[in-house]
Design a protein around this ligand. Structure first.
Ligand SMILES: [Mn+2]
Length: 437
């Protein structure tokens, strides 16, 4: 029986803006990567490891992130376990550059970076791995229990559906009936997301089915599996708070007589996460709220002993909901957070305020008759309308803010979001000038 490990979205060197505020979580991503390898690659003595994109969080890799990467790659090399990698959107080389850290790691013999090549007329070409140039689009791995042929791709973004037929053609030319075939692809898949961005339709993926035995996906930071041949493990660690709710892990895959069995392994180190919801309703003073909140925290969570291992300290997220019984300016969130930290010693404390201030009670109205999106729109619009400078454009500005939020959720570049806001604000001020305001 042959065995391999399929991981994706390791995000080593996670960049500052995703580090949960002031706390540096870079090391957490290293711990997850290192522990996962120890348990499921080295201890399991797999024949190879595949990484389906986003090994690094950024294409400009920081020294610390490279150090973290090499710690694992050296161990795998010493154990004779090949590592096959494709680029993701986070670590893709710049189009105008010949060099990338992934290419360098391939050149130095620590990974096999697979990528398609292109003829002068734009036709896609799959070349076999060349051990001298250390380049290739597909590679053969032979194990005591049969051979594998692994095909690599690159990040296509929203053009993936259009690129797929050419990829299918190119791969079909190199299919080997005797070998178990794997393809590595970094893409979102339709129906697996809860955000409105373009993704690859399942019908398109099925065009690969006759050529590929195991489609190893990356990109979506939650686990899913389609029809017993398409697998997405999810990110190894949570890149943001919302990902804690997702099931994520690493696939340990066994192959025998052309049949495979993939198991999602989740029992490796990850930063513990604790979520508490507190309903503020009815408390008419900050002191009352404080007392009730701490009473609830004491029943729901235990304090982390600061002398104990730091790796066990959780991220603690406290969400305040409901209608505030006093002015929102009296709710001192930073002080609340500091006091929770003092008392419970979490690794990081996040206080989310979803309360409706007493002075805006009208805006939310009878909440149960409206969808969440509806309420959000109404609350934002009424907040904007309170400022007489923007009153007239409250509707348009609300749309702009919701659009900016949507782009942020789709992980668009901050520059793009700023450009959108500038452009829309420009349109408002032009209108304001025309109307003599
Ligand atoms: Mn990713």
């Amino acid at each position: 029986m042959a065995k391999f490990l399929h991981i994706a979205d390791i995000h080593l060197g996670i960049s500052r803006y995703r580090r949960f505020g002031t706390v540096d979580r870079t090391r957490d991503f290293f711990e997850a990567w290192s522990d996962c390898l120890q348990r499921y690659a080295l201890a399991e003595e797999v024949d190879f490891v595949v990484i389906a994109g986003d090994f690094f969080d950024t294409r400009r890799v920081e020294p610390q992130a490279m150090d973290h990467a090499m710690f694992g790659l050296v161990k795998l090399k010493d154990a004779g376990i090949p590592v096959i990698v494709v680029e993701g959107n986070h670590d893709q080389r710049e189009a105008s550059h010949q060099f990338s850290w992934l290419r360098s790691l391939a050149k130095w013999g620590f990974i096999k970076l697979l990528e398609p090549f292109y003829e002068d007329d734009g036709t896609i070409r799959f070349d076999p791995w060349n051990d001298v140039t250390r380049k290739g689009s597909y590679i053969d791995i032979d194990t005591a229990d049969g051979g594998f042929r692994i095909f690599g791709t690159t990040w296509y973004g929203t053009t993936v559906a259009r690129q797929l037929p050419a990829l299918v053609d190119a791969i079909q030319k190199h299919r080997s009936a005797e070998r178990f075939s794997l393809m590595l692809l970094h893409t979102d898949v339709e129906g697996q997301l809860n955000r409105p961005i373009p993704a690859l339709p399942v019908a398109k993926i099925n065009e690969l089915k006759s050529t590929v035995d195991y489609l190893a996906l990356g990109h979506t930071h939650k686990n899913f599996e389609i029809d017993g041949w398409v697998y997405n493990p999810g990110s190894l660690e949570a890149c943001n708070i919302d990902e804690y709710a997702n099931i994520r892990g690493a696939y340990l895959v066994e192959v025998k007589d052309g049949k495979h069995e993939a198991r999602l392994m989740r029992d490796y180190w990850q930063r513990p996460f604790v979520r508490v919801r507190f309903e503020v309703g009815g408390r008419t003073t900050p002191e009352e709220l404080h007392e009730a909140l701490f009473a609830q925290l004491h029943t729901e969570i235990s304090s982390h002993d600061p002398d104990q291992e730091a790796n066990l300290a959780p991220i603690l997220e406290v969400t305040l909901t409901g209608q505030l019984g006093f002015k929102s300016s009296l709710l001192e969130l930073n002080r609340l957070r500091d006091e929770i930290k003092e008392e419970f010693h979490p690794f990081l404390c996040i206080v989310r305020d979803l309360t409706v201030p007493v002075e805006y009670a009208v805006a939310s109205g009878s909440t149960e008759h409206h969808s969440r999106a509806d309420r959000e729109r109404r609350v934002i619009e009424s907040l904007i309308a309170r400022d007489t400078r923007f009153q007239e454009y409250a509707g348009e500005m609300t749309e702009m803010m919701l659009e900016a939020k949507r782009l942020a959720l789709a992980e668009e570049q901050p520059e793009k979001i700023v450009a959108l806001i500038e452009q829309r604000l420009g349109a408002f001020s032009t209108k304001a000038i025309e109307s003599g305001a």
